[in-house]
Design a protein around this ligand. Structure first.
Ligand code: SAH
Ligand code: SF4
Ligand code: F3S
Length: 370
């Protein structure tokens, strides 16, 4: 019996697909990359932007063909898109032949859903409103010397454009000692690079310990390894954390620090809770402690009501900071977020012009940095 997992979206989903694979292998399935030769196919989905959703819906239509050729094939869809309000209904309407649909909070029930579907052949749809922390899911990691480790789930920040708090639930951190035991085990197994994952790793909290405490202890095991983390929110990046990163050669001097915009008015509307100056001060602090620190960022252009002058403040910020890498996005309206209802949505041709110019500027900066 063979299974195939198709993954969309962020590293969180990549790691969760390792858990889906772990559960499938514990059930005796073998992994395949061949769509035509598999018995179970699972789509682990993303809905962060309209474009991500559209691509996925297009790809899901192959299920119909696969099912026609192999009526025994079991098809499952999970992840952020299923978890959206009405997500499961929308998926079923477009793809009635999906056998199993579940959300982000009940990933660990995959085995039960498969058994249920195999028993009566009926469609299984189960979406939970809230999630906890499941520690006993087997993980099938890639054997490439690198590993992802979740330290927290969910997000309470409610940036006004973002769907994540709605599809990943409230913020919850894994236990301090449990995370450290996982890290120690991975290092003993010869893993060379461990990346801590969370929507906002800086808001990690376990009893009286914070993210800086976790990183510090994790950096002190014996062995030759590097620790990385993503993503950190600038509003919670403490001086203590900067000092911890600087203090250990086991912690990579590589920080992904999404700024989103260079305009204070837009940052306010985005509910990011920092100003341009606070962000630039943080960059200065990081560079003071670590002159060679590699900085990367995310930018959204065309947020509702963004003027040309405000957009140019973002360009100016890029010229000031000179990021090593940048992920640029056109603002995409997400149902249920507060920005959805904001006036003055920016026309697509202006967004396209802004993103092109932004990415061209970044390319030039990267050439100069070489
Ligand atoms: N938790 C991470 C971000 C996860 S989403 C953080 O806070 O940094 C990754 C990136 O997608 C965000 O940083 C943002 O730049 C972009 N993004 C999120 N929602 C978006 C939307 N509605 N439209 C366009 N880009 C969006
Ligand atoms: Fe989304 Fe903001 Fe949470 Fe990041 S911090 S996941 S951008 S709401
Ligand atoms: Fe996408 Fe969900 Fe990640 S919406 S970006 S897969 S948290």
């Amino acid at each position: 019996m063979k299974y195939l997992v198709k993954t969309y979206g962020c590293q969180m989903n990549v790691h969760e697909s390792e858990k889906l694979s772990g559960m499938m292998e514990a059930l005796g399935y073998e992994r395949t990359e061949d769509e035509k030769g598999c018995d179970v196919i699972i789509f682990n989905t993303c809905c962060i932007r309209h474009s991500a959703e559209n691509k996925l819906l297009g790809n899901l239509s192959i299920l119909k063909v696969l099912k026609a050729n192999n009526p025994k094939l079991i098809t499952a869809v999970c992840g952020c898109m299923s978890q959206q309000p009405d997500g499961a209904d929308m998926l079923i309407k477009r793809n009635p032949y999906i056998d199993i649909i579940f959300g982000t909070h009940n990933l660990h029930c995959l085995g039960d859903y498969l058994a249920k579907h195999k028993k009566d052949g009926k469609q299984v749809v189960d979406i939970w409103d809230e999630g906890g922390i499941e520690e006993d899911i087997p993980v099938r990691r890639e054997d490439d010397g690198r590993a992802w480790v979740n330290i927290m789930y969910g997000c309470d920040n409610y940036c006004s454009y973002c769907i994540v708090p709605f599809v990943r639930g409230r913020e919850r951190s894994r236990n301090f000692d449990t995370v450290l035991a996982e890290v120690e085990g991975l290092i003993k197994d010869g893993v060379k690079e461990i990346t801590f994952l969370g929507q906002n790793v800086n808001s990690y909290k376990s009893e009286k310990k914070d993210f800086a405490d976790l990183l510090l202890v994790a950096s002190k095991f014996d062995g030759d390894y590097t620790l990385k983390f993503m993503t950190s929110h600038p509003k919670d990046f403490s001086k203590k954390l900067v000092e911890v990163i600087a203090s250990s050669s086991n912690i990579a001097k590589e920080i992904h620090l999404p700024v989103q915009s260079g305009s204070d008015r837009i940052l306010g509307l985005m509910n990011r809770k920092y100003t341009r100056k606070q962000y630039l001060d943080l960059v200065a602090l990081l560079r003071k402690f670590m002159p060679d620190c590699r900085l990367t960022t995310d930018i959204i252009v065309g947020f509702p009501s963004e003027t040309q002058a405000e957009y140019e403040e973002t360009l100016d910020l890029l010229k000031t900071v000179r990021f090593n890498k940048l992920f640029g996005f056109m603002y995409s309206k997400r149902t249920g977020t507060s920005a959805e209802k904001m006036d003055n949505q920016i026309p697509i041709d202006i967004k396209r012009k802004r993103i092109k110019e932004l990415l061209d500027l970044q390319k030039q900066i990267e050439r100069e940095l070489l």
